[in-house]
Design a protein around this ligand. Structure first.
Ligand code: ADP
Ligand code: MG
Length: 732
């Protein structure tokens, strides 16, 4: 055979040939291609143009590399042959070997089935087929020895296997196959074209017959391999598909998970380190009149320890001459706004302009209102710019900005538009960061010769592990302290059937001159059903709380800004006692007199959203309440979310739970980070590896930040080969 050498070379890695030798494909050499893995998938023997189209469409497999990274989702362990006697109620897949004792078709029409009995030394097991009956019947012969594999189910208390894999054995009874067979995900369309799981296994095997170690060169330094006790890269790829033993599979997975986590940490850590070493940043080196006067005369409260600490951290950054890129995490209500304000005053004291961006008009407006109020007696200009800013006002804002007479600009993403030119932007603060796309943030950088300092404030905390991974290129501050005198919010779960009591409770709070929110779910702001639901809800609330004794504000996304603003303002001014709203109020609304938050259909909300909504109350010093109203039918996950809400007010704990329940991919704010799209690793389940990977990456960054030493050369080469795939340096 032409490439027999090739096959036997890899035999060391595949001690057990899975497919017969004739399957060993012809070596394909692609002219000019230094790396076989970038070959288009149609060049693999057994694929061809038509199957290639399907592989691309159905599984996004375009190249050899994509096939290589289409990992099996499990393996069938065919190394063991079980005894029929040993089948237990909890037995899942099983392989037995025995003689076929009976074979008959029973039942009529829909219940027609083929039933066979197989007997080994220990007992008898029933096999059943509902489809392909006549074909299978022809293939099987009573009295013959077979190897049978499949999932055990119980029918009338008796174990059976329906539609087992079955193949004849010779009389020597050489029963077990000696390897783990990979099982790949596939689709119905692919199956119809002869590309089921087994065929994909064949293709993958064919691919490995072509590969040499040099095609998958080691990328981790020896010292890392040694201290993390990892197997070499080529073997890891081979064994994740075709492991000789379960242990070998485990080692392969560990190696590749580690690689994902380590490379991600390293790339982000290097970005951070380069910024710390080489970036140029504007310098805020003096605390001036604006900051001092505000701090001494107008600060409405004493700062918490956490607020002071964060301000110190930011001052250190902004005075260093390097560009700051900092993530500020603080639970809802921890007082991030005042931190933002003080830093903006610091920038102004040093002659620089600042902007504060919020994700929605409502929030931008609210920031603008409260900042204007706080700054009204200070000689500093502040203006608002959003999508609905009137033309004349907009022109004025732009003029003052470029002339430099305006120091503070609050707005929505309207701020990043090209027409908005600053004179000397020194600081950009992004509130509730997760709503901003990466591209929008990058545009901020282009607004000054020296990129401005960037402070990103999250709305919902994310667990530390996740933050370190997703934002490893950022500096990181946490505000883990709430302002004093906050009474914890009492959270309860009530079923629909208790609605009357809930309404009575609201009435009692209103009698004490408090106010209440009633929130309705809005999955898609535009969805008609949600909207009608809200209207019905509003009518219902109105029936419980009739005018003129009670007045209700309603706020939702379909209103014009004016209507919405009027409704908000009336609630803030206590002209209305109840606000019926959708999640548009999720972020930022601040009405300290409100003491009750009722969330309708609470089971439809995610944990972080529930926590955000709850954060709208408990802002004053009165005791506050959050009531989660749900229907009587709840699934387990919803129940767990509700229990978590009732058990804790701590946003970080809630974030941990959210991560546990949903996984990182779904957590708001991490989706765009791109750093969590791991193929194998999970930052929840693989925390152990994450910690090791982070520690080792950090050690390398500390000791050899340019990866110049001989032992890290591989790593450098590998990172360079990844360059250009993502413009990491521009993110955040
Ligand atoms: P968030 O971090 O959710 O943006 P805010 O900045 O809106 O929180 O602050 C929440 C509330 O707490 C506001 O009413 C604010 O005035 C108040 N607040 C902030 N810091 C303090 C403090 N140190 N002492 C007392 N109240 C504070
Ligand atoms: Mg806020």
């Amino acid at each position: 055979m032409q490439n027999a050498g090739n096959c036997s070379k890899n035999a060391a890695i595949f001690p057990h040939q899975i497919f017969p030798p004739y399957f060993c494909p012809k070596l394909i050499t692609i002219a000019g291609s230094s790396n076989i893995l970038s070959s288009p998938i149609e060049y693999l023997k057994g694929v061809g143009p038509q199957r290639a189209e399907l592989l691309k469409k159905e599984l996004q497999i375009f190249t050899f590399k994509d096939l290589l990274e289409h990992f099996p989702y499990r393996h069938i362990d065919k190394t063991k042959v079980n005894l029929i006697r040993d089948i237990l109620p909890q037995t899942d897949f099983i392989q037995v070997a025995g003689r076929l004792t009976s074979l008959e078709t029973i039942g009529e029409k829909r219940t027609r089935r083929l039933v066979a009995g197989i007997r080994d030394a220990s007992g008898t097991l029933e096999l059943v087929w509902f489809q392909g009956i006549s074909w299978i019947e022809k293939m099987l012969q009573t009295g013959q020895l077979y190897r049978v594999y499949g999932r055990v189910s119980f029918f009338q208390g008796q174990p059976q296997i329906s539609h087992p894999e079955i193949e004849p054995l010779n009389e020597q009874g050489n029963e077990g196959k000696n390897f783990l067979e990979p099982v790949y995900s596939t689709t119905e369309k692919l199956k119809a074209r002869g590309l089921g799981g087994r065929q994909i296994a064949k293709l993958t095997h064919a691919l490995f017959m072509l590969l040499h170690e040099k095609d998958l060169p080691e990328n981790l330094p020896d010292h890392v391999l040694r201290s993390a006790q990892l197997i070499p890269r080529f073997r890891a790829f081979a064994h994740i598909h075709f492991p000789p033993t379960p242990e070998a599979y485990g080692q392969a997975v560990d190696r590749l998970k580690f690689e994902e986590l380590f490379i991600a940490q390293l790339r982000m850590g290097l970005i951070k380190s380069r910024r710390h070493r080489f970036s140029k940043g504007v310098v805020f080196n003096q605390v001036g009149d604006l900051f001092n006067t505000f701090y001494e005369k107008y600060l409405p409260f004493t700062l918490t320890g956490a607020q002071k600490r964060v301000i110190r951290e930011i001052r250190k950054d902004t005075g260093s001459g390097k560009q700051m890129n900092r993530l500020l995490q603080g639970d809802v209500g921890s007082g991030k706004t005042i931190v933002a304000l003080l830093i903006m005053l610091l920038a102004a004291d040093n002659g620089y302009q600042s902007c504060l961006m919020a994700p929605t008009e409502i929030l931008a407006q609210q920031h603008f209102n409260s900042l204007s109020r706080l700054l009204k007696d200070l000689p500093i200009g502040i203006r608002l710019l959003t999508g609905s800013t009137r033309k004349a006002e907009r022109r004025k804002v732009l003029e003052e900005l470029s002339a430099g007479s305006l120091q503070l600009l609050v707005g929505t993403h309207a701020i990043v538009e090209d027409t908005v030119q600053f004179n000397n932007l020194g600081l950009a603060i992004v509130d509730e960061q997760h709503r901003f796309g990466v591209a929008q943030r990058a545009r901020l950088w282009a607004k000054a010769n020296i990129p401005p300092h960037v402070l990103v404030m999250t709305a919902t905390p994310i667990p530390r592990t996740l933050a370190m991974t997703a934002y490893g290129d950022l500096d990181y501050s946490v505000m883990d302290e709430l302002p004093p005198n906050r009474k914890p919010i009492l959270t309860v779960h009530r079923y629909e059937s208790a609605r009357a009591q809930v309404m009575d409770f609201i009435r009692a709070e209103i009698d004490k001159r408090r106010q209440a929110y009633i929130i309705f779910p809005l999955i898609e702001e535009s969805e008609k059903m949600d909207y009608e639901n809200l209207m019905r809800g509003y009518e219902n609330v109105k029936a419980w709380f009739p005018e003129p004794k009670f007045w209700i504000s309603m706020v939702h996304g379909r209103q014009t800004n004016e209507v919405r603003e009027t409704n908000m303002q009336r609630f803030k001014d206590h002209d209305t006692q109840i606000m019926v709203a959708t999640t548009v109020i999720e972020v930022g609304v601040d009405v300290p007199n409100a003491s009750v938050m009722v969330i309708e259909s609470a089971e439809k909300f995610g944990l972080s959203q529930l926590h955000q909504l709850r954060g709208r109350v408990g802002r004053g010093s009165e005791k506050s309440f959050c009531i989660l109203l749900t229907s009587n039918k709840l699934n387990n996950e919803a129940r767990e979310r509700l229990n978590t809400m009732c058990a804790t007010n701590d946003g970080f704990k809630i974030a941990e739970k959210d991560l546990e329940l949903r996984g990182p991919g779904d957590i708001e704010g991490t989706r765009q980070s791109g750093m969590l799209n791991f193929k194998l690793a999970s930052i929840v389940q693989d925390k152990h590896w994450l910690d090791i990977a982070r520690e080792m990456a950090n050690r390398i960054i500390d000791t050899d930040p340019d990866l110049g030493s001989a032992e890290n050369l591989r790593l450098k080469d590998y990172l360079q080969s990844l360059q250009g795939k993502t413009a990491w340096s521009k993110i955040s």
